[in-house]
Write a new protein. Structure first.
Length: 151
């Protein structure tokens, strides 16, 4: 299985970078998993709603430019579907067996993504009703992929 993770923003904390690399090393024993970081828009400290919306739109445009044909796209979104690890495994296997060569998982930036634009193209998946920092979400996603791989 080929899994491509598109993540807005970089990893700042060394412990998160180390954890991500650890999971990537384990996952890549059976699958091909890669992470592509997309630039995060700079937003002023006391940004207006309009400035935030504009930044989110630009980040979403960058995500759209990075998508490739024949990918199954999963958007991590607090409003998405809740799945157990086993249900996620079945979905990934079905999509992979369905002739799609790559599954792309999108992790938005600090303020999320333009849902209206991406929901038309993606399966929307939620890990929780809580909002996690996007750096930490990368680690949580990789841990769950490890659980899926071992199931």
């Amino acid at each position: 299985m080929v899994i491509r993770i598109l993540a807005v923003g970089g990893l700042k904390e060394p412990f998160v970078r180390e954890g991500v690399q650890n999971y990537l090393d384990r996952l890549n024993r059976k699958w091909k998993v890669s992470i592509e970081e997309l630039s995060e828009e700079k937003i002023p400290e006391k940004a207006t709603a309009a400035q935030i919306n504009q930044a989110v739109k630009r980040e979403t445009e960058n995500i759209l430019k990075a998508l490739k044909k024949q990918e199954k796209i999963i958007l991590l979104d607090v409003e998405g579907a809740f799945l157990t690890t086993f249900q996620l495994r079945k979905k990934l296997m079905d999509w992979s067996d369905g002739g799609r060569t790559t599954i792309t998982i999108i992790i938005g930036g600090s303020y999320g993504v333009d849902r209206e634009t991406l929901q038309k193209k993606a399966y929307s998946l939620s890990f929780s009703k809580m909002t996690f920092p996007h750096q930490l979400m990368r680690l949580i996603l990789l841990e769950q992929l490890g659980q899926v791989q071992d199931a």
